[in-house]
Ligand binder design. Sequence first.
Ligand code: NAP
Ligand code: ZN
Ligand code: ZN
Length: 347
Amino acid sequence: MTTVNAYAAPSATEPLVPTTIQRREVGPHDVRIDIKFAGICHSDIHTARGEWGPTTYPVVVGHEIAGVVAEVGSQVTRHGVGDRVGVGCMVDSCRDCVNCRKGEEQFCVKGNTGTYGGVDADGEPTQGGYATGIVVTEDFVLQIPDGLELDVAAPLLCAGITTYSPLHHWGAGPGKKVAVVGLGGLGHVAVRIAHAMGAEVTVLSQSLKKQEDGLRLGADHYFATSDPTTFSQLAGSFDLVLNTVSAKIDLDAYLSLLAVDGAMVNVGAPGEPLDVNVFSLIGGRRSLAGSLIGGIRETQEMLDFCAEHGLGSEIEVISAAQINEAYERVLASDVRYRFVIDTSTLG
Ligand code: NAP
Ligand code: ZN
Ligand code: ZN
């Protein structure tokens, strides 16, 4: 076992505090990673605050991990000491079910092992990336391509794959009109990726405060959803609406923006249910869908795509002491566009 410095949520209502946690010995197929940067995903906040159901405390969250390989097990072939690597939302799965065999480990029939809040093969609860080190089985470790700095790459391990996967699946590309709802951590990466895929991209944000940024990130158009004329102007116009909002929104209003056969795909994951009027789907043969991160193979494909297109996350690097303040700023939609913890400050 090795001891690493970390930041943990002691309960749903208390701020995160510095602590130490144990990582397992490096097994034959394991990789020990010195974590350099960890992104703050809104899912970390949902989990730390118990918004998605019961959380086992204390919990160390964080699933946007970038670092350097410090040690490899005797059977490891995919990674070597010194490699620049990442870990996303999963650290294991059964590898044998129909979905794992397809490379869609996120849909493992037996449930994938979450990077935090899961139970590892050894029966221990998993603890995530707000830490100085982690031990992960080699198959769930990604290579960060040259040309992507570790700090801007970290958020791609969740925000990147969570948006790349549905954009790819629903065919974002030349001739397709894509709307991204919410310009936060997921949303800003979605804009960059959809633009790089060749789609015509529209941002639908609560206000025009971030308009300049949205256009700079690659959006062709930008509208405020607080302006009711937005919905009448854009009615029936999108092939794909990607909802990245962390709170409940009016699905019917956004469904009305879809063209015939268009799809609204939800990646935003508020704790409370969303309501839908079925006539919003019937009139226009529209689809309402969801998407969960992406498989390991697709995550590597996404990292390679981002490196090729020279795109990373737009980040604000913070120290450990600023984590709780950063949480409040994320909740206030005051993040441009991802907080990334410099783990050398974890103590
Ligand atoms: P974030 O950085 O907080 O961004 C969310 C954005 O949603 C905000 O920047 C804001 O954009 C908009 N928003 C927030 N509250 C709103 C409200 N009440 N009404 C309308 N818009 C609102 O969060 P994130 O890290 O991108 O995560 C977004 C959601 O995706 C979270 O629920 C997270 O848990 C979920 N998630 C899902 C997956 C998956 O696999 N499906 C993976 C990762 C994260 P504007 O200021 O532009 O309006
Ligand atoms: Zn996440
Ligand atoms: Zn499986």
